[in-house]
Write a protein that binds this ligand. Structure first.
Ligand code: ADP
Ligand code: MG
Length: 311
């Protein structure tokens, strides 16, 4: 862990090789499950409440680590006591947080889930809780050390461009999750090995509504033509499609009850990256990814529990 203005020179830090670096959000995650969401002026009892470290970056990193992958995390936590606790939790999960930036107030995510498994997410992500290009440059040794760099496309453009520049310069595989917010971030697709998006994000990425397997296949083929090796797109309310040059595999949602969909995509990514990084064929990596997502929809909150699925 360093502050955002200091470059890294710890030799032990620089010598450890390999692993995944997840570039993304870290925050304090409060999850409340309730039978129903109250009308204005009314109140309801909370059935269950969880408080944990979370955010998409954290949840992806935790998932990968549970699957046996060495993981470092690059994100921002507050200079506050909450930030201290987030880092302690990350270390307890065996995530390398040496390049996590301390600044401002920690992000807060409040996930309210009703009895039908519908969630309402309240996100307080102060501007200082987002990564800057300078943050990423300061973490350049960690980027150089990683064999795989996972970028959450919700982060600001300068941070994403810098991470992609540094990662590709050292030959790391680039993995993109989410929808690009700007044309320059969209252009990173051509440098990525793996691109994953839910159905909505996939539509923003390709301009094609991913309402059927056929539509998702045609959209994904377009992305493969940009040089990507594996594309995983959600198909609305149906499943996920993993596509590579020579084939594709559709992974339908199983019959399991969805308690809370939060984090299922992040768990899917954790499985996909772990599988591919371990040398599995895309179809097998996709099977692992789908099992990770199916496990996570049955849990409250975005934090996965994938240890039993470790390959
Ligand atoms: N019933 C279900 N069974 C298994 N997986 C599901 C189910 N419903 C949704 N999913 C998974 O949830 C993912 C949602 O992705 P995404 O919206 O990116 O989630 P998040 O960003 O919260 O992790 C889908 O790609 C799919 O893998
Ligand atoms: Mg997602």
């Amino acid at each position: 862990m360093v502050d955002n203005h200091r470059a890294h020179s710890d030799p032990a830090h620089a010598s450890a090789a390999g692993g995944v670096l997840v570039v993304g959000q870290i925050g304090r995650d409060l999850v409340i499950s309730t039978d129903r969401v109250p009308d204005p002026g009314a109140s309801v009892d909370v059935a269950e409440r969880l408080e944990m470290w979370g955010g998409k970056g954290a949840n992806q990193a935790v998932g990968m680590r549970q699957l046996g992958t060495p993981v470092g995390l690059l994100g921002v936590v507050g200079e506050d006591e909450v930030g201290e606790r987030l880092l302690a939790s990350a270390r307890a999960d065996d995530i390398d947080v040496r390049v996590v930036v301390r600044r401002g107030t920690s992000a807060l995510l409040v996930d309210v889930v009703d009895a039908e498994g519908r969630r309402r997410l309240f996100e307080h992500v102060p501007a200082e809780a987002l990564l800057t290009g300078g943050d990423v440059y300061s973490a350049r040794e960690a980027v150089a050390r990683a064999d795989t760099v996972c970028l959450q496309l919700q982060q600001p453009e300068p941070a994403l461009l810098e991470a992609a520049r540094l990662g590709t310069a050292t030959g790391a595989d680039l993995v993109l999750d989410g929808a690009p917010q700007t044309p320059k971030v969209r252009a990173l697709v051509g440098q990525a090995r793996v691109v994953r998006a839910n159905a909505h994000e996939g539509e923003l990425l390709t301009g094609i509504a991913l309402e059927s397997e056929e539509a998702a296949l045609s959209a994904a083929r377009g992305v493969l033509d940009e040089g990507v090796e594996v594309v995983a797109f959600g198909v609305a309310d149906a499943g996920d499609l993993v596509v590579w040059d020579e084939g594709h595999r559709f992974l339908p949602h199983g019959p399991q009850r969805v308690l809370d969909p939060t984090g299922a995509g992040d768990a899917f990514l954790a499985g996909l990256v772990t599988g591919l990084r371990n040398g599995a064929a895309p179809a097998q990596a996709g099977e692992l990814a789908a099992a990770c997502a199916a496990s996570t929809v049955q849990r409250l909150g975005g934090r996965p529990d994938l240890s039993a699925l470790r390959p």
